[in-house]
Design a protein around this ligand. Sequence first.
Ligand code: 13P
Length: 250
Amino acid sequence: MRKNIVAGNWKMNTLPKEGVELANGVAEGRKEVCDCVEIIVCPPYTHIAQVIEAVEGKNVKVGAQDCATEVKGAYTGEVSAEMIAALGCEYVILGHSERRQYYGETSETLNKKMARAFEFGLKPIYCVGENLEEREAGRHFEVCKQQIEEVVFNLTEEQFANTVIAYEPVWAIGTGKTATAGQAEEIHAYIREVLRSKFGAKAEECSILYGGSCKPSNAQEIFSKPNVDGGLIGGAALKAEDFLAIGKAF
Ligand code: 13P
């Protein structure tokens, strides 16, 4: 009933040539992954256009890793949702913990970015997740709830239907330390319950992805949980073979 998704967040990695090679590898091997899984790659802005060209007709979707809060104008260095959409992106990652942590993104910023994404027909992959201190204090439920309430609860039903949620515990990102399948399921089920309190039965149709040191060796166990609908993959998305192996976990 809801989509299984495996999305690769390349972060600030790959030069254009490497990115195109990686995209070609993903496009080539995609046919070995079930059609029941949507495969998305999110390259840096600089080679989104080349990656889109490389995966054309290969059933691989492309997303950006962020977009500007404003529509257009004098915002040096920013890239707008409209620009991304014009390239042919279908998705945009918003609220990644690295953006919250290093670039001070708040719910206020993210409400604007979500609005821009929808304005130009992009589907947001909205990230939530607690840091280590919050997890150790047992505050992970409350942190995720707040990140959802302050942003996702402002969406219309139609916008929510086009939103993907990614749960990424900060302590598991790039650390090699993964949440156990049980920990992932516990919080994914909780996130769905929070979504249900606002959107009712529509919450059942929302894909909730797990992110944080997800790799071929642990993907199957994590994805086997009923409320885990796929993954947002960092490091392991930089090798076509590993990324596709994660896709094959379904
Ligand atoms: P890693 O898979 O490298 O831990 O990164 C996860 C992530 O942040 C994806 O957005």
